[in-house]
Design a protein around this ligand. Sequence first.
Ligand SMILES: Nc1nc2c(ncn2[C@@H]2O[C@H](COP(=O)(O)OP(=O)(O)O)[C@@H](O)[C@H]2O)c(=O)[nH]1
Ligand SMILES: [Mg+2]
Length: 295
Amino acid sequence: MVAVDRGRYTVIVDTQEITAMRARELGRKSVVVGDDVRLVGDISGQPGSLARIVRVEERRSVLTRTADDDDSTAEGRLERVVVANADQLVIVSALADPPPRTGFIDRCLVAAYAADIEPLLCLTKADLAGASELLDYYAELEVPHILLSPDADLEPLRDRLSDLVSVFVGHSGVGKSTLVNRLIPTAGRAVGVVSAIGKGRHTSTSAVALPLPFGRDSWIVDTPGVRSFGLAHVSADDVLHGFPDLVEGSTQCPPNCEHLADDCKLDAWVAAGHADVRRLESFRRLLTSRDQTST
Ligand SMILES: Nc1nc2c(ncn2[C@@H]2O[C@H](COP(=O)(O)OP(=O)(O)O)[C@@H](O)[C@H]2O)c(=O)[nH]1
Ligand SMILES: [Mg+2]
């Protein structure tokens, strides 16, 4: 399933677009972009035809965020699947205009590791600023990165995207649409336009999967409405997995350490020079702002 708009789902079957609705028998089960689904009914794909989705296959991965909309309940916010079956989270960040925000990148890394999908840092506008400062901050992590500028060779990125389903996330203005258009010349994403969906309140159904014209079954999922990942559903331990450079220091902490109180051993460990203090600060900021949806 590649897109949903007001209850109408677009499903690709052998390169043909078929419009479908959910069958009643699915009950409350959600159908999200990336899902493999089973169809019945009119699957001709002719104008006006409507098939029915009767089954959602088991998901290989689920990229989730905590919902920030009206569905939130008193017991806690709803955990929402953003994209199913993704292999890779491509974090698009500009090196300047707008400047990179490590808090956002760190949050995305936590979401990727929590979903057990691979992160890839895509650093745009390399023609405007160098990457060494940002890369230095992530030096201890083995996160692959790609540098992009208007005349950059896209081949290294194509290699990274081939045969995979990759979800693109990034703040407005970082060059995400420009990049999608370069990868898929027929995509026609509006450049220099702030997404109306991204600015609005209803941000849960805006992901769309676009087939890449290379590799085998390669897709990118654009997420104009996902400004960031609320991480209220992620445990302190899973947040720590987004900071592998701090994990070793945490082994000296008391049992069930929340890493926020005075008895946390990470301060001493960082003071001894084992990790960058900015990483510890970012880790703690995420721990205390886990339920917020933007950084
Ligand atoms: N200098 C420079 N400008 C870029 C680059 N990529 C995109 N832009 C510009 O940045 C602005 C925002 O790009 P857009 O693709 O709409 O960003 P989006 O909001 O992330 O989709 C546009 O004016 C682009 O022309 C780049 O690599 N270098
Ligand atoms: Mg855009």
